[in-house]
Design a protein around this ligand. Sequence first.
Ligand SMILES: NC(=O)c1ccc[n+]([C@@H]2O[C@H](COP(=O)([O-])OP(=O)(O)OC[C@H]3O[C@@H](n4cnc5c(N)ncnc54)[C@H](OP(=O)(O)O)[C@@H]3O)[C@@H](O)[C@H]2O)c1
Length: 398
Amino acid sequence: MSARLFSTASRQAARAAVARVATVSASRSISMAATRPAFKLSAPAVARTIKTISFNGKEDEIVHERADWPQEKLLDYFKNDTIALIGYGSQGYGQGLNMRDNGLNVIIGVRKDGASWKAAQEDGWVPGKNLFDVNEAIGKGTIIMNLLSDAAQSETWPQIKPLITKGKTLYFSHGFSPVFKDLTKVETPADVDVILVAPKGSGRTVRSLFKEGRGINSSYAVWNDVTGKADEKAVALAIAVGSGYVYQTTFEKEVRSDLYGERGCLMGGIHGMFLAQYEVLRERGHSPSEAFNETVEEATQSLYPLIGKYGMDYMYDACSTTARRGALDWSPKFKDALKPVFNELYDRVEDGSETQRSLEFNSQKDYRAKFEAELQDIRDLEIWRVGKEVRKLRPENN
Ligand SMILES: NC(=O)c1ccc[n+]([C@@H]2O[C@H](COP(=O)([O-])OP(=O)(O)OC[C@H]3O[C@@H](n4cnc5c(N)ncnc54)[C@H](OP(=O)(O)O)[C@@H]3O)[C@@H](O)[C@H]2O)c1
């Protein structure tokens, strides 16, 4: 398809988008019920800031923004805490470094013979000072952030559970372990606060957005509230790890939406759609370059960023009338074809089948090698080999 980007129509659409943003901002501030206490450094950090926003004009959602938790307030709130972050994979890296940059007292707990021990040292964590083995870190921590891989959370739970003693707070970034406790065997202690902050993106992005002064969106939830402060603690931690805006959910809803989303539009579904479109183009005689550009390159380099920045309507508005007509006509057909697949996926997430599959695969001793073999199969697909060459031809890569 040809996209007449930045044409007269696009400029009109851009102006319209700006006008729309202004309207949305105005209505947002009208529908927002905010109780914003005047913050003083010396004030006890127990004051709550609650905002509700109705995104669809019907249901109120509780949201919090970084502006509600300035750094001074975070420092005051966590002044008596040692935050022990267990696991230093993708999320451990992003959340840990952001909290350290926010000035909080963070320590890392990882096994000494693993890759993470080395990675943490490379990022400036010092053995014996703020880098310990898992058990020692949990012993020192008041807030225990369990950022092991989900399979490892299940595997290590018998060792970790007795160390989560009364008075500590247990934190997850996914509802997986507690929600599917029949499968994971992660039965959380009844006498500690159990909370969740789930960044909506990779730990690498959690870090890079924070460094750019931006923030990833995260959800937060409470599983167990023994102190009456679990909700507030979750919000404070969400901001401390680098979130931009934070919305309230439950552990159950977080895990279902997350497993569903990553298998669907975020990763699995979009990859399936790329492959199907590319294969048909190639089978019908189109060149690799043409098939790749019409399937992936134009999407990621031109159109998807417009959706991200201004919305779907803007993207439609910014392309040719021919492209727009066809896309508008075909979109419902794709939706009707795919909706049963999405329902099947949601059912499998809800009944634990996807959890079972994930635990079984990722608990195998050789799961990394098996996963690497699957990645190699993807690398070897023509579409992604073509992609590698096409990326080299981008002027900025010359
Ligand atoms: N990645 C994401 O995009 C993302 C987004 C939102 C939420 N989350 C959630 O965040 C949590 C952490 O995910 P992640 O992606 O950061 O995990 P990850 O990158 O897979 O990190 C794995 C960590 O677990 C440790 N580990 C693995 N097996 C272990 C074992 N048997 N004993 C001790 N340590 C072990 C690894 O240490 P070694 O180096 O020693 O193996 C590593 O530090 C999960 O609950 C996940 O669902 C992830």
